[in-house]
Design a protein around this ligand. Structure first.
Ligand SMILES: NC(=O)c1ccc[n+]([C@@H]2O[C@H](COP(=O)([O-])OP(=O)(O)OC[C@H]3O[C@@H](n4cnc5c(N)ncnc54)[C@H](O)[C@@H]3O)[C@@H](O)[C@H]2O)c1
Length: 320
């Protein structure tokens, strides 16, 4: 199959590109090396895929339909991951988030309609659950109360996807990822910051008292969830589904910090400060639906995932 991966130079997109290539598919990748973090890191993320003759890379912006129309013919499915990610920066720059995430998704959908490509997997986020008090979070829970512009854009995209499913028959799966970590993780995310500071003996700042919890999900598990969802849309008709893709084992912030300290063999120096606007208390995925329908079975233990991340950080991360 020939699949388009948007955001192919990013953390998740670069892993997906490599995996789809390893499974024998042709991959067309698009990325604009958005300035949110180092383009050197993104170019390095792409280096493995670029060696494969079944990979075609296009540097360009998904919000520009004139760029999308130049993509090669024969694309059968889209894994749409390009976005402005991150909760806190979305509070500072909401307009860039609505433009890239909502206009960008609408442009991709419109291009798909024109090209008659009708299979898509979309990278949504656990942030749509806001400060949901009921745990674990289920796909049937009401997600009408976003608490950041980023979360709002992801919910808006899920609704846009439904609109295109209803009007134009596109088969679409929304996957709500829960805090993804592992090699190539975005530098704005806590794990990378903590590893960088703790390994150099510097203090780290915890927002809250350390009791907030996240359902950290290792990149290989996320990748398998996306790949299984791709196969599901391709082999079924009239698909519109939303799935949680998490680990279903929330870890407290202080436990994460201790795990990183143990892996680095360093004692973390911690200062505590108040929670940030847009932060939620807990994320916790109910993954029963994905287990049953997508055969999704996350298996990476936090200790193993953190060790893999630390190895990558020490040997391959681009630190500017
Ligand atoms: N990492 C997580 O924990 C997490 C959690 C939930 C959802 N997600 C979603 O998964 C997707 C991938 O996240 P990630 O962590 O890999 O982020 P990332 O920032 O590493 O990857 C996103 C990629 O999209 C590209 N991009 C941004 N705007 C673009 C545009 N207009 N045109 C073309 N390319 C553009 C960026 O350059 C980047 O390479 C995003 O949609 C994100 O919202 C990620």
């Amino acid at each position: 199959m020939k699949v388009l991966i948007t955001g192919c130079a990013g953390f998740i997109g670069s892993h997906l590109s490599e995996y789809c290539l390893s499974q024998g598919h042709e991959v067309v990748g698009i990325d604009n090396f958005d300035s949110f973090y180092s383009s050197l890191q993104k170019k390095s993320n792409l280096s493995f895929s670029l060696k494969n003759s079944r990979f075609a890379f296009f540097e360009g912006d998904i919000t520009d339909i004139n760029t999308l129309v130049k993509l090669p013919e024969g694309i059968e499915a889209v894994i749409h991951l390009a976005a402005k990610a991150g909760v806190r920066p979305s509070i500072i720059n909401p307009l860039t988030y609505t433009h890239t995430n909502i206009t960008g998704t609408l442009t991709v959908l419109e291009w798909m309609r024109q090209r008659k490509i009708n299979k898509m997997v979309f990278g949504s986020s656990s942030s749509v659950y806001g400060n949901n008090k009921k745990v674990p979070f289920s796909e049937t829970d009401l997600v009408d109360f976003p608490i950041s512009p980023y979360a709002f854009t992801k919910k808006a995209c899920e609704l846009l996807n439904h609109t295109y499913h209803h009007l134009h028959g596109l088969d679409i799966i929304n996957l709500r990822f829960f805090t993804v970590y592992g090699p190539r993780q975005r530098p704005d995310l806590a794990i990378r910051k903590f590893v960088e500071l703790i390994s150099s003996g510097k203090p780290i700042q915890l927002f809250g008292d350390g009791s907030t919890a996240r359902d950290y999900t290792y990149i290989d598990d996320i990748r398998d969830g996306i790949y299984n969802a791709l196969n599901y849309t391709v082999s079924n008709k009239n698909v519109f589904e939303t799935f949680n893709i998490g680990n279903s084992h929330p870890v407290k912030l202080i436990e994460l910090v201790n795990c990183i300290g143990n892996t680095l063999n360093k004692k973390p120096i911690i200062t505590y400060t108040s929670m940030q606007p847009g932060d939620v208390d807990i994320t916790f995925a109910n993954i029963e639906k994905a287990k049953i329908i997508l055969n999704y079975n996350p298996s990476t233990l936090l200790n193993d995932g953190i060790r893999n991340f630390v190895n990558w950080f020490k040997n391959d991360a681009i630190i500017e």
